[in-house]
Design a protein around this ligand. Structure first.
Ligand code: FE2
Ligand code: FE2
Length: 304
């Protein structure tokens, strides 16, 4: 048994090392300093959206049709700021999990150096999102109390595949939205730059998260797979349901109760989420993380 395990480790280590080295090279060639790259100076032009309108939680509802174009744009700007703030929340969770994972490991290993590079990326991203949200004239949007407390527990305890698969889900969900926003000429230019930077740097993070998830799951038994699949699905549910804070509606001058009600029933928005997560769900399935119990949570989060 031991010899099989050792053999497997020897077979996979060069592949992992090679991947980490390639990620390091890529980040050396193409990384951004948002403080310099993003136009922070030009005052906010309110003739632009903050996100592609099709991604608004109200797009396609009766309420959306009643809004003036100005209100629609204010809403997508507040929604974009809320997504950025949720991004900060998750990036802080992620940085702590990765830092814990590599605690006292071999610093000569390229994966170790990659992990620190990723943490440094996330640190710049969070500052960028914070400034971006402020420029969109948004207040601090924080997840609801339960999500904050569960996140506090998760970031201090999650490890292995549970940590990396949850990281992957959060990064993938953000990625699909941001790819649309960065290309959209209706979106305010500085937000497009922010999204472009994030998409480029996150594509490396997602590669690493996918590889780590697969790697850590090697040899995992049925029970461990079931348990971690469920943990990841619950984490995903809280991440996705925290994306748009209900306070965005009042801040855009809307009636919160009506907006929340119509957003909850918005089939268009659910379909956007589902179709954008198809590739992610395929990966989770191939990794054996799409169990019956976890599928229930992904359905509730409208990811399946
Ligand atoms: Fe990030
Ligand atoms: Fe990331």
């Amino acid at each position: 048994m031991t010899s099989v395990g050792t053999q497997r480790a020897e077979e996979t280590e060069p592949g992992r090392e090679e991947m980490a080295r390639r990620l390091l090279d890529s980040s050396e060639t193409l990384s951004y300093d948002p403080i310099k790259e993003v136009d922070w100076e030009t005052p906010l032009d309110t003739s632009y959206h903050g996100a592609s309108p099709e991604w608004s939680t109200l797009y396609g509802t009766a309420y959306w049709a009643e809004l003036t174009p100005e209100q629609q744009r204010e809403l997508t700007r507040q929604e974009a700021a809320s997504v950025a703030s949720t991004g900060i929340w998750f990036e802080m969770i992620l940085q702590q999990m990765v830092l814990r994972d590599f605690y006292a490991k071999d610093p000569t290993d390229p994966a170790f150096q990659w992990a620190l590079t990723e943490i440094a990326d996330e640190c710049r991203h969070s500052i960028m999102f914070a400034r971006g949200a402020a420029k969109l004239r948004a207040p601090a949007y924080r997840p609801r109390r339960l999500a904050v407390e569960l996140g506090r527990f998760f970031k201090s305890t999650a490890k292995g595949e549970a940590a990396y698969a949850a990281i992957l889900v959060a990064e993938e969900v953000l990625d699909v939205m941001q790819r649309d926003w960065m290309r959209d000429e209706r979106v305010v230019p500085f937000v497009r730059t922010i999204n472009n930077i994030h998409v480029v740097e996150e594509s490396r993070h997602m590669k690493f998260a996918r590889e780590e998830t697969r790697e850590r799951l090697k040899g995992a038994g049925w029970l461990r797979r079931q348990y971690n699949a469920l943990v990841v699905a619950i984490a995903s549910y809280f991440i996705v349901s925290s994306m748009v804070n209900p306070k965005v509606y009042a801040n855009a001058g809307l009636d919160t109760r009506r907006a929340v009600r119509e957003a909850k029933a918005n089939e268009h928005h659910k379909a956007m989420l589902r179709s954008s997560c198809a590739g992610l769900m395929e990966f989770l399935h191939s990794a054996g993380l799409l169990t019956k119990a976890s599928t229930w949570f992904y359905k509730r989060a409208n990811l399946i």
